[in-house]
Write a protein that binds this ligand. Structure first.
Ligand code: LIP
Length: 275
């Protein structure tokens, strides 16, 4: 049985267990410089993986194996398992790893269940704030017990608080920075918190009016997209040119057109100035 509500209950329980484990790792106030020194590097010298990432993924994979033994798994830190049920779990064991390693209070456990590419449920758990963003198809989106839905306002782009993020590869970071001179003057402000899963949930919760980022991995976005969709947010992809081909945009519905036009204008301006 792959009922979204049952899967959501399992994902919530497992995310809380993994969150408790991660908090335990920093409970003794280990100096973050020590944690950083112990961290491994992945795609670039700034793309880090911590013991917390690895241990959180082990906890999640072990518990999902106990509760849902026939499901598949795709984890950021290497967990792979073929599905025999049709359900696949997509896991970011600590989204916002750099934040975690610096003591910057913005990281989350992200767990989503998809069936043949269709979203069933998603949980993004912020253990520091004890905030559980959760959603299942047809059930709605919640932060703890508070339902998340569009507030009915017609926000203006010039008053929009827009989240974004920057990749780890220097060429993509350069491209992302070259969009900002066009975007920043046209919106209220930009926020870069370094945890895509939370950024997506913040749009759902009205803490951001929009979020865009290029090159997100499936585990960065899988759960947050379910929360955003069930909260009534609009989501689409834009090709903003080299290194920015798959730019995900999630926003209040009324910002889809103005924000999409602004991002495309920023890409055209970048192309004309930077080639
Ligand atoms: C992070 C994302 C963030 C992005 C970072 C990184 P990680 O995920 O959540 O939005 O800008 O480059 O990809 O690596 O902390 O799991």
């Amino acid at each position: 049985m792959n009922a979204p509500e049952e899967l959501l209950s399992i994902a919530t329980r497992v995310a809380h267990e993994a969150g408790a484990h991660v908090l335990h790792l920093i409970a003794n106030d280990t100096p973050r410089a020590d944690l950083r020194a112990q961290a491994g590097r992945k795609s670039t010298r700034t793309d880090l993986v911590s013991d917390a990432d690895r241990e959180s993924e082990k906890v999640i994979v072990r518990r999902l194996g106990e509760l849902r033994p026939h499901d598949g798994v795709l984890g950021e830190e290497g967990a792979r398992k073929a599905s025999r049920s049709g359900v696949d779990w997509i896991i970011d064991p600590v989204d916002g790893t750099v934040n975690f390693l610096y003591g910057f209070a913005s990281f989350a456990i992200s767990i989503a269940a998809y069936e043949k590419g269709t979203a069933l449920c998603g949980v993004v758990y912020d253990p520091l704030r004890d905030e559980t963003y959760r959603a299942a198809s047809g059930i709605g989106a919640f932060c703890n017990e508070h339902r998340l839905e569009h507030d009915g306002r017609q926000a203006q782009l010039a008053e929009a608080l827009v989240g974004t993020g920057f990749g780890y590869a220097s060429s993509r970071r350069r491209a992302q920075s070259e969009l900002l001179p066009t975007i920043l003057p046209q919106v209220r402000d930009i926020r870069r918190q370094g945890a895509a899963a939370l950024d997506l949930c913040y749009v759902a919760a009205g803490k951001l009016d929009a979020y865009y980022e290029a090159g997100l991995q499936p585990w960065d976005r899988a759960a947050g997209l379910v929360v955003a969709a069930e909260a009534g947010c609009t989501q689409f992809e834009l090709d903003l040119g080299h290194d920015l081909e798959s730019t995900l945009v999630v926003c209040r519905p009324e910002l889809e057109r103005p924000l999409g036009d602004l991002l495309l204008r920023a890409a055209a301006t970048r192309q004309s100035l930077c080639g």
